[in-house]
Design a protein around this ligand. Sequence first.
Ligand code: ATP
Length: 233
Amino acid sequence: GKAGVTGEIEFRNVSFKYPDATDYILHNISFTARKGETVAFIGSTGSGKSTLLNLIPRFYDATEGEVLIDGIDVKKYSQEALRDKLGYVSQKAILFSGTVNSNVAYGREAMHSADEALKKAVEIAQGTEFVEKMEEQYEAKIAQGGTNLSGGQKQRLSIARAIYKNPEVYLFDDSFSALDYKTDRVLRSMLKKEIKDATTLIVAQRIGTIKDADRIVVLDDGKIVGMGTHQEL
Ligand code: ATP
């Protein structure tokens, strides 16, 4: 992350139901992810992990309680300020018609292929090998939706996009699921080394993905039913 900035995430008694729904999906969720910490969220399908993460970029707003970044309610940030702080990687990689380059640099100034920061982001995301195998490398064409790439390749590029942005806070919503175990492990250890100042929230299915998290939050039916390290749980 950038020097001199923070990136603490706090949920304070957050409950949530989707607009027009009657049932609450999240019940009285409270936790803090301090600057530089990795906090992982596990729980069965439908327990509310993605929903919880989605409240941070304000895809939805908490029905009750507060979601805070550095002690300030997310509702108080401008869209732009919020977007700048967060590197969100969704469950399903979203790629656009363009090049490797334009997809990784998305939302920033288009960079030329020799951009070292962009190459570094692709490297951390374990994408260098497949990108440099393509004839046009960083200028290789990506079809709308990334239909000319495998699921794992798409995930690597969307992870690279978040890394290239250099945010204060990473939000990974099950973003490693299409990677094989070895790639998953190498990617996360490189990421940890490179982004140690950034706060990282990870929704994961595999235990391996979250074993080294500073804290694991276990969700069941929208409630926190456990919190601790892998050792403690
Ligand atoms: P998974 O591991 O399968 O991704 P999850 O723990 O991330 O599951 P969520 O995707 O947050 O769970 O879903 C929690 C609950 O919210 C589910 O019952 C789901 O049906 C419901 N839900 C999710 N998205 C919406 C939506 N847009 N509108 C209404 N209900 C929704």
